[in-house]
Write a protein that binds this ligand. Structure first.
Ligand SMILES: Cc1cc2nc3c(=O)[nH]c(=O)nc-3n(C[C@H](O)[C@H](O)[C@H](O)COP(=O)(O)OP(=O)(O)OC[C@H]3O[C@@H](n4cnc5c(N)ncnc54)[C@H](O)[C@@H]3O)c2cc1C
Length: 460
């Protein structure tokens, strides 16, 4: 039987980082993943969705925001959807190529485009070849989850994978789920002219956040065309004359119906473990059917580690790559390191953007921290007024005793970039007094952080 030192299963973001780290530590790595090469982020996730959103946002701004800047347009601006999709496909093909060169041919790594199935505690079938491994890393990611609703068949509902390929748009769409994927792709469709209703089961959107941030953000999305229906408990779907009707109720107020041409499910993803034959490898699952890992990312089989979406961790790229690196390190070294509990910044790339990092005020209270907060709307910020982009607000949360910044939440222009000022502060355990001493360029959007911190430090 062929022998390998480290077998990495899945060449998405987590798998590629794991393979590179194990090879850097001198191990011979076999990285196996069926085609197409690239993983979720490049092929069907972060990158294609952002490329499509950019086209939609420019279309929307040109149509709806030029007047506010004293500009006009003679003629019309239109979206040529097949060209938009071609642009996106060319871009992801380039990215997938560049991701391939980051592992293929790298000293120590052999890439094979084959699926893996475990045979025993220390062997697996890679394609048709049985391989003995000293250590392995599972990084097989996730697949779109379609909710079980009477009347909603698997083939009648679209997923994010389908939306990214649509070259002809329906006239109306119901999006199930108000998470990042539902809001981003819902806004993409809506800005291209589809009548979109986002339906969410939970009655509160991110209830641990400040209600001013939540309602400000959701109102901004509605002003730009999305209809939001929170607290909608779907009971069944009726399909009739080319239309789909969602029957349900909102907060016990009687039956409600919502009708659209198509329905998209953005109700999360499930760990992709079905083809792995984990039982024969002695790898246990959590109750959510994710691969169970300890703080060293070790599974119930001490030879096997796991990283990325397959572990049920927060499904974001920054965590998948960080955990991939730790799993690769631990698979290659005798003294393992813990995956640190780092503050994970996250964003929703709608217009305006939403972003957060660290603790909300409510979470800080739950941890019995003494809390000090600051808040400012973008309408009080010079650069936002100049740009005519005043939709937004920032809230910062600090420990009142140590004065360390512990969290931030915001919506507004460039929120996904601005949140890094707070992420760096949290990462370096900076206090509001240290932050306050840092000069910021005027006029910039980044000044909003300085103004909030100034207010918190009692300088105003
Ligand atoms: C529409 C959408 C937008 C997103 N946008 C963002 C964003 O803006 N920012 C962000 O941080 N995150 C975003 N995400 C989430 C992000 O893409 C994922 O968290 C991340 O890509 C997960 O990486 P991974 O390596 O765990 O899994 P994947 O990238 O899914 O890699 C898993 C790989 O394993 C392979 N595989 C599966 N089974 C086997 C097997 N048996 N043998 C061998 N190989 C196998 C698969 O083919 C795949 O190549 C988005 C997700 C979606 C769906």
């Amino acid at each position: 039987m062929k022998k390998v030192q480290v077998l990495v299963i899945g060449a998405g973001s987590a798998g590629r980082y794991a393979a590179r780290e194990a090879a850097r530590l001198g191990k011979k790595v076999l990285l196996a993943s069926p085609p197409p090469f690239g993983g979720l982020c490049i092929l069907k996730g972060c990158m294609p969705s952002k490329a499509l959103l950019r086209s939609a946002h420019i279309l929307y701004e040109t149509k709806s925001e030029l007047n506010a800047l004293g500009l006009g347009l003679s003629g019309t601006v239109t979206a040529d959807l097949p060209s938009v999709i071609r642009m996106k496909n060319e871009m992801i093909a380039e990215m997938a190529d560049s991701a391939r060169t980051s592992v293929d041919g790298v000293p120590g790594i052999t890439l094979v485009e084959e699926p893996v199935t475990f045979l025993s505690l220390e062997s697996a079938l890679v394609g048709k070849e049985a391989v003995h491994f000293e250590r392995a890393v599972i990084a097989t990611g996730s697949l779109p989850k379609i909710p079980t609703i009477p009347g909603l068949s698997q083939d009648s509902v679209l997923t994010s994978d389908d939306i990214l390929e649509l070259e002809k748009l329906p006239e109306s769409m119901i999006v199930l789920g108000a998470g990042p994927v539902g809001l981003e792709l819902g806004q993409y469709l809506s800005m291209l002219g589809v009548r979109v209703t986002i339906v969410e089961l939970a009655s509160g959107w991110s209830p641990d956040l400040d209600p001013r941030i939540v309602s400000g953000y959701l109102d901004s999305l509605e002003r730009r065309g999305l209809a939001l229906q929170l607290g909608f408990r779907t009971e069944r779907v009726l399909q009739c004359s080319g239309k789909m009707t969602l029957v349900g109720e909102v907060g016990g107020s009687g039956q409600r119906e919502l009708t659209a041409e198509r329905i998209m499910a953005a109700t999360g993803r499930y760990p992709d473990v079905d083809r792995l034959n984990l039982q024969s490898a002695g790898v246990e699952l959590t109750r959510h059917q994710a691969v169970h890992v300890d703080p060293w990312l070790r599974t119930s089989n001490p030879r096997i580690f796991a990283a990325g979406d397959v572990t049920g961790a927060l499904p974001v790229l920054n965590l998948a790559t960080y955990h991939g690196e730790v799993a690769g390190y631990n698979a290659a070294s005798e003294i393992p390191k813990k995956a640190e509990d780092r503050a994970v910044p996250t964003a929703i790339f709608t217009e305006p953007e939403f972003a957060r990092v660290g603790l909300s005020e409510r979470q800080a209270h739950q941890r019995h921290l003494p809390v000090l907060t600051g808040y400012l709307p973008f309408s009080d910020l010079g650069k936002a007024i100049v740009n005519r982009q005043t939709d937004g607000a920032l809230k910062i949360i600090a420990n009142r005793l140590t004065r360390e910044i512990v969290g931030a939440e915001m919506y507004g222009p460039g929120a996904s970039d601005l949140i890094h000022l707070l992420t760096v502060s949290i990462g370096l355990s900076a206090t509001i007094d240290q932050y306050q001493r840092i000069l910021h360029i005027h006029p910039t959007m980044a000044e909003i952080v300085k103004y909030v911190v100034d207010e918190m430090a009692g300088a105003l």
